[in-house]
Design a protein around this ligand. Structure first.
Ligand SMILES: [Zn+2]
Length: 496
């Protein structure tokens, strides 16, 4: 079933909501208008006329290159959108000004004769708000070239006071932590990493803290690298990560700002941002420093800064989640069958409401996740071998490795994220091809990890789930294969 949808203002919505009759809506279905919310139906008949402007508009992406002088064909991309629903002081300009500050700094370096080793590509997207159009069109038009050349895409969108909010490809978790351990929080003088660590630990103590918060607190307390989150959608990183399989980061600050209620409205103004966003304009500078240093590290490092154990350990957590999901789905189904058989639903229901018992759910077959665990086991081994080999080579300053070997190694690493794409994409939406991260089918911007399997289980499509266990395992094998080749390059040359 497809139901037409149109967003309207609360002033326009009020007469519709007020005309509804029937039972009073439960509290979590009620909004804040000064009426009693009912769930309907009602006697009112409505004639709704929608006037839409379907004229075509030209959109403008701004794309600027600063050519690398050693590996010009390896591109490090940076983007933020520049279009807004109305004034857009928060969304997108708070992120856009940081991007401009970085570009200005790189420009100043270039004027002094500096050149990055790899090429920096600064992009400012149009038409993000109506559906990521500017970035998607550009990414699709240059798909082949991007898959051959892009090493990393770094996105921001809005920004404000608070903590570093980092998400993206987990092989870049080490890089994010390295940068975060060197940049100062502008209001406390602690490093960004120290502040975030304290916050994650404290948040994990909240009484109703969810599983993920508790896990993050546990990782933070261990004292090592802080976890970065997985990316769903909602900004311009989507075509790069989910369609082209380019390693991606989203970096922003927030959490101590107050943007509640003004998002995507005419109240997202300069005045509001000045009062509630980043009153001293210091987190804009911090974002520019954070992303600027991230790009510099990737542009200048001898070997691209990926650490694969972080990725493997993250997949391990996602796999544990999948096991839990399978178990819970099975338990729930068995419980329902028991209550249906015993007649409990019928007996417990209010006879005056004439409610039917729920429809019987199909039995959950055994979903064998072994192929995935096997692939993951091998991946973990390969990842730690690579990370150790890289560490050894780094300590020798790569002195034992020939320049051509390093170039070949970087070539292997450049497209490694693309091995996580499935040619057929995800069921019912083949444009989304990444088998580790995707926005959920029904969760808006929110991410689903190992989405081919997870969403199939949630939709009780058992055959599809089994099929995607195989496909996802094959992707992990291809990723591991690439890592093994990279390791042997590091070791071969080190042995010579
Ligand atoms: Zn935005």
């Amino acid at each position: 079933m497809r139901i037409p949808v149109i967003p309207i203002s609360y002033a326009d919505a009020k007469p519709f909501l007020a005309a509804l009759e029937g039972p009073i809506a439960p509290p979590h279905w009620s909004g804040s208008l000064p009426i009693t919310y009912h769930v309907g139906p009602g006697k009112a008949r409505v004639h709704l006329e929608v006037v839409s402007d379907w004229s075509l508009k030209t959109i403008y992406d701004v794309v600027a290159f600063l050519r690398g002088d050693q590996q010009p064909d390896h591109w490090i991309l940076r983007g933020n959108h520049h279009d807004a629903w109305v004034f857009g002081a928060w969304d997108p300009l708070a992120g856009q000004v940081a991007l401009m500050a970085e570009a200005k700094a790189f420009g100043a370096l270039a004027q002094q004769g500096w050149k990055p080793k790899r090429t920096l590509v600064y992009t400012s997207w149009d038409a993000e708000e109506p559906g990521l159009i500017g970035s998607t069109e550009w990414a699709e038009t240059h798909a082949g070239e991007l898959q051959k050349k892009a090493v990393l895409y770094v996105n921001s969108d809005t920004n404000g006071r608070g903590f570093l909010n980092a998400g993206g490809s987990h092989a870049l978790q080490r890089l994010v932590n390295e940068v975060a351990s060197k940049i100062k929080d502008p209001e406390t003088n602690a490093t960004i990493q120290e502040r975030l660590r304290a916050k994650l630990i404290i948040d994990g103590e909240e009484k109703d803290a969810k599983k993920e918060k508790k896990k993050n607190a546990e990782l933070a307390e261990k004292g090592g690298d802080l976890p970065i989150s997985a990316l769903g959608s909602g900004s311009d990183f989507t075509p790069f990560l989910q369609h082209l399989g380019i390693a991606t980061l989203s970096l922003e600050y927030g959490g101590e700002d107050q943007d509640y209620g003004i998002y995507h409205s005419a109240y997202d103004s300069y005045d509001h941002y000045l009062r509630f966003g980043d009153p001293k304009f210091v987190y804009g500078i911090t974002l520019a420093e954070t992303i600027g240093h991230t790009l510099l590290q990737v542009a200048e490092s001898d070997v691209l800064p990926f650490q694969f154990t972080d990725f493997a350990e993250t997949i391990d957590r996602y796999l544990v989640d999948l096991h839990t999901l399978c178990d819970e789905t099975r338990e729930e189904t068995q419980k329902q069958a028991k209550f249906l058989d015993s007649g409990a639903y019928v007996l417990a229901a209010d006879p005056e409401k004439h409610l039917l018992p729920p429809e019987r759910k199909t039995e959950v077959p055994s979903i064998d996740l072994t192929p995935l665990s096997e692939s993951l086991k091998n991946l973990k081994k390969s990842a730690s071998s690579y990370d150790a080999a890289l560490h050894r080579a780094q300590e020798n300053g790569f002195s034992s490795i020939r320049a051509e070997q390093i170039a070949a190694l970087n070539q292997l690493l450049q497209g490694i994220e693309q091995t996580l794409l499935s040619g057929d994409g995800l069921p019912g939406r083949e444009w989304f091809r990444h088998l580790i991260y995707a926005p959920g089918m029904n969760t808006g911007y929110d991410v689903k990890t190992l989405p081919g399997i997870r969403e199939a289980i949630e939709a009780r499509q058992w055959n599809e789930a089994i099929q995607y266990v195989g496909r996802t395992a094959a992707c992990l094998d291809a990723y591991r294969d690439r890592i093994d080749k990279a390791t042997s390059m590091l070791e071969d040359s080190a042995g010579k």
